[in-house]
Design a protein around this ligand. Structure first.
Ligand SMILES: Nc1nc2c(c(=O)[nH]1)N[C@H]1C(S)=C(S)[C@@H](COP(=O)(O)O)O[C@H]1N2
Ligand SMILES: [Mo]
Length: 513
């Protein structure tokens, strides 16, 4: 008489998914990062997510947005796997069908990535096959039926426990294979050795030395130059592209007299320059920290473009990264005397991989989404009325000049301040126009000029401080506004980060106690 097999538990589905993903990850090792379907699915999710939802994720998770997405994707897979596996029966194998569909979706995601080939789907398909096999095995009743091999004295609860243990075994095996595969792929494709071996070119035009006066005294503010490890990071790359100097090529084409392709060695014939430039993200909310400042070393984009001969009516340069991200920059911003850079070094070190190794664009005065392409491999001369870049397609403005903004770093929101003299401070920026003045207002009082750190250049932020005699126990509020180099006062109008950057005065509530 056949044993009545109970419906499989959700745990069986989770174990099955773990095996499928684990096998896929491990099998992807010899193929390379582009065959990793877990990353491909995550990247596809990023690309298919509507602009406002992406924006919400950046606001909520900031630089941890990619970790949050990875956890979300694995969580969703686990829930689907748990639900569908409980519906797996021998007549209607819903769980198996779900795995096959997931395998097809994973393969499609792999094929949609820049630089993948048809055979890169093989690890994903192998994972799906192993997943189906695992599910069929776990629901076959082999571990719950009383068999001659099993202890005839064993009762049903014992057999149930045996199935749970075996299921947990598959779950653990899948997890170990998955982590091993991911770590191994990373080690195999890593360019960290290539990066440390890079002998930086010596600048022919050095950046002006940074005077100590840029940093206000008596208050702990962010350092004028942001250390590489603390530099904000925003991009759509779920796994950081690993592009060696040897593999790197920069193609310049489109509306040009002659197409040019540069390899890394070809950069040697261009003059090396060094500049201090503050990068800012359009997604930075009022008071936010998606802004940092670094010394960049590299080559003038103008010199590179001159090799190709830019047509007069090409008003946009569409730059593309190795992973398919695009930015549309006014040609003028790349050819005028602001000296936009193809940067290869950041604060005296090769670009960190997360910041674009081996080469990226740095354009003073423009938000990153329209200018700062990391891992850049392609510059196409085109026109704003013909082409749209990544974020513009999602509803952001085609052009992204940086707006005048200021931020209070001290006091922090909710901070307690003792009565008596105290120094507050923060940063202000209006790249390309410079910051002429910063004013603060306490408890809606009159605007009082803050002390300014020395101005380094129009292309960098400016630090400020303000000495206050704290008195009046209880809650207080401080507000800040900047005036740019043209004499224009930062607007009080509140604007959202979409479509072209937030505005409004940063206000911080604190208390004197
Ligand atoms: N390849 C690539 N480059 C990119 C992006 C991206 O998603 N992919 N994001 C841009 C955005 S929106 C910003 S604000 C800057 C951030 O540069 P950082 O991460 O070095 O601070 O990079 C720009 N360059
Ligand atoms: Mo950005």
């Amino acid at each position: 008489m056949p044993t009545a097999v109970a419906r499989p538990s959700g745990l069986v589905g989770v174990a099955t998914a773990a095996v499928a993903i684990g096998v896929a990850q491990l099998a992807a090792v010899p193929f390379g990062a582009q065959a990793d379907s877990r990353t491909a699915v995550g990247s596809a999710v990023i690309d298919l997510t509507p602009g406002p939802v992406k924006e919400w994720a950046i606001q909520l998770f900031g630089t941890a947005d990619k970790l949050a997405l990875s956890i979300l994707v694995l969580g969703v897979i686990a829930v689907i796997a748990a639900l569908t596996s409980t519906l797996e029966t021998s007549r209607v194998p819903l769980g198996s069908i779900a795995i096959v569909l997931a395998g097809i979706a994973g393969s499609a995601a792999v094929l949609s990535r820049a630089g993948s080939a048809w055979y890169d789907v093989l690890p994903t398909l192998a994972g799906a096959v192993c997943g189906v096999a695992t599910l069929r095995l776990l629901v076959s009743g082999r571990f719950t039926d009383a068999s001659p091999a099993a202890d005839p004295a064993a009762d049903a609860p014992d057999r149930g426990r045996r199935l749970s243990l075996i299921t947990l075994g598959f779950l653990a095996g899948g997890a170990v294979a998955g982590v091993a595969g991911a770590v191994w792929t990373r080690a195999r494709t890593s360019v960290s050795g290539d990066r440390t071996a890079f002998q930086l070119p010596t600048p022919a035009v050095e950046a002006a030395p940074i005077p100590p006066g840029v940093q206000p005294k008596g208050v702990t503010l962010p350092p004028f130059v942001t250390p590489n490890a603390d530099f904000y990071r925003i991009d759509t790359a779920l796994s950081v592209p690993q592009l060696s100097r040897d593999a790197w090529r920069l193609r310049i084409h489109g509306m040009v007299d002659r197409e040019v392709e540069l390899d890394f060695a070809a950069l040697d014939r261009f003059e090396v320059i060094e500049k201090v430039v503050t990068l800012t993200c359009v997604s930075n909310p009022v008071g936010g920290d998606l802004i940092s400042n670094a010394t960049w070393t590299g080559y003038r984009v103008r010199d590179l473009l001159a090799q190709a001969g830019v047509h007069a009516d090409a008003d946009m340069v569409m730059s593309t990264s190795i992973d398919g991200f695009t930015a549309g920059t006014p040609t003028e911003a790349l050819t005028d005397d602001r000296d936009a850079l193809l940067a290869v070094a950041m604060n005296g070190a090769p670009l960190p991989t997360e910041h674009g190794y081996p080469a990226r664009l740095v354009v003073p005065g423009l938000y990153g989404y329209v200018s700062a392409t990391k891992w850049v491999v392609d510059l196409e001369l085109t026109r704003f009325d013909r082409a749209q870049a990544y974020w513009t397609r999602l509803g952001w403005s085609a052009r992204g000049p940086i707006k005048t903004q200021s931020r209070i770093d001290v006091p922090r929101s909710g901070q307690d301040v003792r009565p008596g003299p105290v120094t507050f401070g923060g940063v202000a920026w209006a790249q390309n126009r410079g910051v002429r003045a910063v004013e603060v207002s306490i408890d809606d009082g009159e605007w009082i000029p803050a002390e300014l750190g020395e101005q380094y250049s129009n292309e960098t932020w400016r630090l400020w401080s303000y000495q206050w005699d704290a008195r009046g126990e209880g809650p207080h509020e401080i507000r800040v506004r900047a005036t740019d180099g043209d004499g224009v006062v930062q607007t009080a109008d509140l604007a959202d980060v979409v479509p072209d950057g937030a505005t409004g005065w940063h206000t911080v509530a604190f208390a004197v106690t």
